[in-house]
Design a protein around this ligand. Sequence first.
Ligand SMILES: Cc1ncc(COP(=O)(O)O)c(C=O)c1O
Length: 430
Amino acid sequence: MKKLNRKKSEKLFKEAKKMFPGGVHSPVRAFKSVEGSPLFIKKGNGSKIYDVDNNEYLDFCCSWGPLILGHNNSYVRKSIAKALTLGTSFGTPSPAGNEIGKLILENHRYLDMIRFVSSGTEAVMSAIRLARGFTGKSKLIKFDGCYHGHVDSLLVKAGSGLATFGVSTSAGVPESLVKETLVLPLNDLAIVEKTLKKNKDVAAVIIEPIPANNGLLLQDKKYLKGLRKLCTKYKTLLIFDEVISGFRVGFEGAAGYYKIKPDLITFGKIIGGGMPVGAFGGRKDIMKHVAPLGAVYQAGTLSANPIALSAGIAMLKSVLKKGFYEVQEKKTTYFVSKILKHAQKKNYPFNIQTIGSIFWFTFSKSRITTADQIDASKMKIFSKMHGALLNRGVYLGPSGYEVGFISSAHSYKDLDAAIKKITKTMDEIF
Ligand SMILES: Cc1ncc(COP(=O)(O)O)c(C=O)c1O
């Protein structure tokens, strides 16, 4: 297969490495888990992105999830352009804040109040402080296989043995914080109950209800419902981290999908329409504890920035259109089933886990629900696949642990082209 010319990207990466740690501003962008070096993208349009060497790629990364309308959506662009004529930041309340607030609260049954921040990490960090301030308790329960941004106390993975204290996944996280976080395996209710029984000081159980950062580890609905019951029983808060699933599997995210009311929900990605926005919200009696109404401090110079919110407003108005999510899901099912049919016919060790417009390629035939069921040695196959697909003009997130996204800009023609390229690549690799 002919290799694409990516000389300009390579040159820019060499230059970037002298200025930025690893040449990037977020680790996974560095292509450490796949072949070659990162693409420097100069523009995006609809379902496609274009690198500095003028190669075109059909994009299934979609900026890691925010771009549910695809790149350079004209409605979002116009909304930003209009806001830009009025100035960039005022550090005061603005009408855009009320507009997006109403848009969300009037269409999301699981939120009474919301506060805007500038990233998913900030949303999670604020929500756990709020949970601690509200309950007066200090510990957290998180799950192996869920990612919640680079919040100190959540950069923790399971230690040896089950239901044990975790170990930090990053240097620079104080041991005192690590001790406050209990890390449990997903999809196992008995362990959660045992842990809550033993630890009376758990402020919150935080989970990605649709875990999509370590593969797509779809949980049983019964399990998620069970978590809700346990949190109520043991007087601990249930936080749904919906930075990916929020506004993705439906306007009401996973809460609406599974019909579960968590106490708090965190958002990022789609809520900002491709601009830096995050938010946390939930029960009014809890949200009332946020400053200046309450004693839990939380603030931000650029929080609810009007330009960023103008993108979010346009995005959310678009996804609220009748039938939006049904169309995305139908397209994704079409894409996934065609590839799976090919893999099954050829008996390849391959599967795709999917929900809404999210998909994840796995190299096992059985359903994967927990992080430890993933065979890390199989990621070599993904790496090969990724490299071959890039050369065919298909861009997947550069790690086998990352999920793919389909946007409203992906046409059936795009999907058919991608299916052809993916199945051809599979024929070469397996
Ligand atoms: C579930 C989840 N929570 C939190 C975050 C952190 O969001 P951000 O990267 O905007 O800080 C992410 C980012 O991918 C995420 O997927």
